[in-house]
Design a protein around this ligand. Structure first.
Ligand SMILES: [Zn+2]
Length: 555
C-alpha cells in the first residue's frame, strides 16, 4: 500500500510506530528474454544433462548459420529499398537480450499471403525469406521436443517462444503458448468462445454484443436488459453492488469508476499476465505438467487457460475502498492496494499518485503466485518471507511500451532505494539471516522499510545477476514456498542449496551487484508502500498469521 500524503503519513506514523510500514520498495528488474540460453529451468527427475548438452550444441550451430542467412536477407531487402524488412531481419538475427527482460507479444494476425501483384524480384525474396524462417522455426521446434525428452521442459518452453518469434504462424508452438487460429487471427480460447457467441471486442467498452456497439458509441447503455443514457447508467453503477464488470481472458474487473476505466485496467492486467506467465513459466508448471503442454493430441491444455478469472475490485475513492474493507483489514487506511487471500480479490482505488500502476502490478503479482493453487494456505509464515514481497516489488517496475514489455529498469525507484540502502547506508542483513524471517518477523521489524528495499534488491539480483544465472533457482525457491499444502510446514530449500553457491558468496556478489548499478532515479519522488501492521493481540497464532497473510500476501 502507498502512503497518500504527509498528513496521513504523520497520522500513521503516530499510530503505527512499531508496526511498521512495509515500504514497497521499488525494484526494477530487467525483463526476461523470450529465449534465454543461460537458464535451463527445473528438470524432470530422469533428466539427462548429456542430451541437453547435445541440444544446446546443435542450437548454437543452428543459430549461427541462421544469423548469417538473416544477414544476407537483410542486405537483399535493403537493396530493394525495403528498409523495414531489412531491420526485421537484423532484429531476428539478434538473440533476445538477457540484460533486460523483454518479451514481445506475437502478432495477432496470421501472416497474409504475399500478393501476386508485387514485383517478381521482391516476391521471390519474400517467399525465400518465409521459407527460411519456417524451416528454422521447425528446427527449433524439433530441438524443443528433444529438450523435453531429455527432461528439461522449461528449457523446451523457452525454445517454443523463440519458435514463435521466428515464425509467428507455427501452429504447434502457438498452441503451446495458448493460442488458436480463428479465421485469420490467433486468439485465446476465451476470445474464440466470445466471438463464436456473436460478441466483438471494443477497445473502449470491452466485449459487446455486435448489435450493441453502435448504440454504445452513441452514448446509450444497457442495464439489466434496459437501454438508458450513459449518465443514468453511471448513477446506478455508483453503487458497487451494481458495478460494471469487465471480463477479459484472465480477469474479471468490478468497478464503479466507469466502464472505460475498467476496460483499461483489465487490458493492463492482461498484458501483465502474459508477461508474467512467460517470465515465470517454470513456476506454474511442474516438469510433468509442462510436458503435457507439448502433447499434440488431447485437450487444448496450456498455461494460459484457467477456468476462473482473477478478481479485481477497483473503487472510485479511497474512502469507499477503506469503508468496504475495514471489517476485513482493520489497518486498511494505511494501504493503497491489497490482495486479500481470504476472498482472492485484488483491491485498488483511483489514486492520483503517478505510481498507481506500480501498486497494481505489485498486488497482481501476489495474486498470480498465490492463486496458482486452489487450496487456502499460509505462505512463508516460518521463513523466507522476504521473497514474497521482494518479487512483488521487483515486478512493480513492469512497463509496457510500444508492444514490448519489460521489467527491471535499474532507475526504478524501488531498485534505486535498494541500491542506496546497500551502497550509501551500508545496510545489509546477510541473506541467511534475512531468509530466516517469517512473515511476522519481517513485517514487525523496526527496519521494515529497509528490509523491503533489501528484498527488492535481492529479487533483482536473483533474477538478473550474470545474465540470469540464478533465475531458475529463484523460481524453484518461489515454487517451493507457494506450493505448500498449508497444513504442514513447507519444505523449502535455501537459495544457497538451490544455486549451489554458499551464502557468504551470494552476500558478496549482491553487494558488488548493487555497487555496479547506476545511481539515480527517473522519478522525482518515491512512493512508499506500507504493509498492514500485525493485528492487535492475536487470539491465536494461526488466526493472527492468517489475518496478516490475507491482508498482504500484498505488500
Ligand atoms: Zn506486497
Amino acid at each position: 500500500m502507498l502512503l497518500p500524503d504527509g498528513r496521513l503519513a504523520r497520522r500513521f506514523a503516530r499510530t503505527v510506530l512499531l508496526v511498521l510500514a512495509l515500504v514497497l520498495v521499488a525494484l526494477r528488474t530487467a525483463a526476461v528474454p523470450a529465449f534465454d540460453p543461460v537458464g535451463v529451468g527445473p528438470a524432470a527427475r530422469n533428466a539427462s544433462p548429456k542430451q541437453l548438452e547435445a541440444v544446446q550444441t546443435e542450437l548454437r550451430s543452428l543459430q549461427k548459420q541462421h544469423a548469417a542467412r538473416l544477414d544476407a536477407f537483410a542486405q537483399d531487402f535493403a537493396d530493394l529499398g525495403l528498409q523495414q524488412e531489412s531491420r526485421q531481419c537484423r532484429e531476428l538475427a539478434t538473440p533476445p537480450s538477457t540484460e533486460v527482460f523483454r518479451v514481445q507479444k506475437p502478432p495477432k494476425e496470421k501472416q497474409p499471403e504475399i500478393p501476386l501483384s508485387v514485383p517478381e524480384k521482391e516476391r521471390d525474396l519474400r517467399v525465400r525469406f518465409r521459407e527460411a524462417q519456417s524451416k528454422y522455426a521447425a528446427d527449433l521446434y524439433r530441438l524443443s521436443r528433444r529438450a523435453l525428452a531429455a527432461g528439461y521442459p522449461s528449457y523446451a518452453y523457452g525454445l517454443v517462444q523463440e519458435v514463435v518469434r521466428q515464425d509467428t504462424d507455427h501452429a504447434n508452438a502457438r498452441r503451446i503458448l495458448g493460442y488458436k487460429l480463428r479465421n485469420k487471427e490467433w486468439v485465446t480460447p476465451f476470445a474464440a468462445e466470445k466471438l463464436d457467441k456473436g460478441f466483438v471486442w471494443d477497445d473502449r467498452f470491452g466485449w459487446l454484443r455486435k448489435q450493441d456497439v453502435a448504440r454504445y458509441r452513441a452514448g446509450q447503455r444497457v442495464f439489466l436488459g434496459h437501454w438508458m443514457s450513459a449518465d443514468k447508467e453511471a448513477t446506478i453503477r455508483r453503487d458497487f453492488r451494481h458495478a460494471w464488470q469487465v471480463r477479459t481472458d484472465h480477469y474479471l474487473v468490478h468497478t464503479d469508476v466507469s466502464l472505460e476505466r475498467g476496460v483499461e485496467i483489465a487490458k493492463s492486467l492482461e498484458q501483465f499476465h502474459d508477461f508474467f506467465m512467460q517470465t515465470f513459466a517454470a513456476f506454474f508448471t511442474t516438469p510433468e505438467q509442462m510436458a503435457k503442454l507439448f502433447q499434440t493430441s488431447g485437450p487444448n491444455s496450456n498455461l494460459q487457460i484457467r477456468r476462473d478469472p482473477y478478481d479485481v475490485d477497483y473503487f472510485r475513492t479511497r474512502q469507499e475502498y477503506c469503508d468496504r474493507l475495514r471489517s476485513k483489514i482493520p489497518q486498511i487506511d494505511i494501504t493503497n492496494g491489497l490482495y486479500f487471500t481470504g476472498d482472492r480479490v485484488a483491491y485498488f482505488f483511483v489514486n492520483p499518485d503517478p505510481h498507481e500502476q506500480d501498486t497494481l502490478f505489485h498486488e497482481a503479482t501476489h495474486q498470480l503466485f498465490y492463486e496458482n493453487l486452489r487450496n487456502d494456505r499460509m505462505v512463508a509464515m516460518d521463513a523466507n518471507f522476504w521473497i514474497v514481497e521482494g518479487i512483488a516489488c521487483y515486478m512493480e517496475s513492469y512497463r509496457a511500451e510500444n508492444g514490448q514489455y519489460s521489467v527491471g529498469d535499474p532507475h526504478h525507484i524501488r531498485i534505486q532505494n535498494a541500491r542506496d540502502r546497500c551502497v550509501v547506508d551500508h545496510y545489509y542483513v546477510p541473506l541467511e539471516k534475512f531468509a530466516a524471517m517469517g512473515m511476522k518477523e519481517f513485517q514487525q521489524s523496526r527496519e521494515i522499510r529497509k528490509n523491503y528495499s533489501q528484498a527488492a534488491g535481492l529479487a533483482h539480483f536473483f533474477v538478473q545477476y550474470d545474465g540470469g544465472r540464478y533465475r531458475d533457482a529463484l523460481i524453484e525457491h518461489l515454487a517451493e514456498i507457494y506450493h505448500t499444502t498449508g497444513r504442514q510446514r513447507a519444505i523449502v530449500k535455501g537459495l544457497d542449496e538451490l544455486t549451489g553457491v554458499p551464502y557468504s558468496d551470494l552476500d558478496r556478489q549482491y553487494v558488488e551487484y548493487m555497487r555496479a548499478l547506476p545511481a539515480g532515479g527517473k522519478q522525482a519522488s518515491a512512493p512508499s508502500a506500507i504493509n498492514p501492521p500485525a493485528p492487535p493481540a492475536p487470539g491465536n497464532q494461526a488466526a493472527a498469521g492468517h489475518a496478516i497473510n490475507q491482508a498482504d500476501a500484498g505488500r
